[in-house]
Design a protein around this ligand. Structure first.
Ligand code: KIV
Length: 271
């Protein structure tokens, strides 16, 4: 029997059971095979092939330019690496809004061509038709409320959302709607911790936070941010576990020096 068969995979049922027994869910982004292999080996529960690839991989200012073809390429690389984690793929901007037929077609391409386990999309009531249509095809859907980066030009800034009562009430309503529609989980991005706690207590599905405090069912970060590969992005909610930008820059400088001085390769490093 191969090693793949012996590992208990994470499913939507496992994630919901984790919420029920109050076990926190860990989630990170991944966009390529090598990084996904490391994160999966470490025991991460969910890997998100996020449209943040548009920022951290492609260098765009927003998540809007990334295409469905790009997302599928990243998702294929991640799925090939994973033995245990549940792999969720972001539906990119323009692939689901205002058109549930398009939403289903985009989802089917992701699921067929990458082998991922579910999709994520941003928004509440305004994307409910798309969510229902995708769910009717048997594909698990993760919602995303609060700061939804695909709407950056509507918001105008990346600052904390739902600080005002009206927006907070709408967010709570949207979270309940996502649960009723059948989403298996909801991401809350950059909202007050008290509101996030209220949402987590009001729905039966796992609520995963990013900049939403500790009283939710799990946490997600962009891997390049938590590993310190991105250097200039320093929001309050981010905890850096490594300073890879500096470490990799230093290693590169040492390599350049070894090449220039003729120190590399030495006698043992050649044939
Ligand atoms: O694309 C992404 O990385 C995300 C996370 C910030 C949740 O949506």
């Amino acid at each position: 029997m191969s090693i793949h068969k012996q590992i208990k995979r994470i499913t939507t049922h496992v994630l919901i059971a984790m919420k029920q027994r109050k076990e926190k869910i860990s989630m990170l982004t991944a966009y390529d095979y090598s990084m996904a292999r490391i994160l999966d080996a470490a025991g991460i529960d969910i890997l998100l092939v996020g449209d943040s690839a548009s920022n951290v991989i492609a260098g765009h200012e927003t998540t809007l330019p990334i295409t469905l073809d790009h997302m599928i390429y990243h998702a294929q690389s991640v799925v090939r690496a994973v033995d245990r984690a549940f792999v969720v793929v972001d539906l990119p901007f323009g692939s689901y809004q205002g058109n549930s037929t398009l939403a289903l077609a985009s989802t089917i391409r992701i699921m067929k061509e990458s082998g991922a386990h579910g999709v994520k999309l941003e928004g509440g009531i305004e994307v409910s038709d798309s969510i229902s249509r995708i769910l009717s095809a048997g594909v698990p859907v993760m919602g995303h409320l609060g700061l939804t980066p695909q709407s950056i030009y509507k918001f105008g800034t990346y600052s904390v959302r739902a600080k005002e009562k009206a927006e907070a009430n709408q967010l709570l309503k949207d979270a309940k709607l996502l649960e009723e529609l059948g989403c298996f989980s909801i991401i809350l991005e950059k909202i007050p911790a008290v509101l996030a706690q209220k949402v987590a207590n009001s729905v039966s599905v796992p609520v995963i936070g990013i900049g939403a405090g500790s009283m939710v069912d799990g946490q997600v970060l962009v891997t390049h941010d938590m590993m310190g590969i991105t250097k200039d992005f320093q929001p309050r909610f981010l905890r850096r576990y490594l300073e890879l930008f500096d470490e990799m820059k230093d290693a590169t400088k040492r390599y350049i020096n070894d090449v220039k001085t003729g120190d590399f390769p030495n006698n043992q490093e050649q044939y």
